[in-house]
Write a protein that binds this ligand. Structure first.
Ligand SMILES: [Cu+2]
Length: 138
């Protein structure tokens, strides 16, 4: 009987070890940076929209989107659902536009909408909506 108590303890410690390691990996993956469009970056989409790019990834609150493009060629404005649909930005949204060419934007829980507000760019496909889950527990 003593032997089985010892082996039960071994099994329990093994599981505790596994739990310990998995919580470490959750912590390491707590927030991630996503380069928008991958190697192509933020530009006029050729065939597939940015929403297709976004659908293949998972985003959590606290993650960042990294928009890369030639400075001056584009910008990024966080808009609401109507602004996204109509490609229109309010004065308040426009005031927060970023355009350094390498912009990191923090994602919030829910649907996040972004467009390029240069004339005609959003209508040509420079728009994206990202579904963001709540922050992972760690
Ligand atoms: Cu643009």
């Amino acid at each position: 009987m003593k032997a089985s108590v010892a082996s039960n303890l071994a099994v329990i410690s093994f599981y505790l070890l596994i739990i310990g390691f998995s919580s470490i990996s959750v912590y390491v993956n707590a927030s991630r940076n996503h380069i928008v469009g991958g190697d192509r970056g933020w530009r006029f989409p050729s065939k597939s929209s940015y929403n297709i790019w976004a659908l293949h990834r998972s985003f959590a609150a606290g993650d960042t989107l990294h928009f890369k493009y030639s400075r001056g060629a584009h910008n990024i404005v966080r808009v609401d659902a109507a602004g996204y649909r109509k490609c229109k930005v309010s004065a308040t949204e426009s005031a927060k536009a970023v355009s350094s060419g390498s912009d990191k934007i923090l994602l919030k829980k829910g649907i996040n909408y972004f467009i390029c507000s240069l004339p005609g760019h959003c209508a040509a496909g420079m728009k994206m909506k990202v579904h963001v889950k709540k922050k992972k527990a760690h």
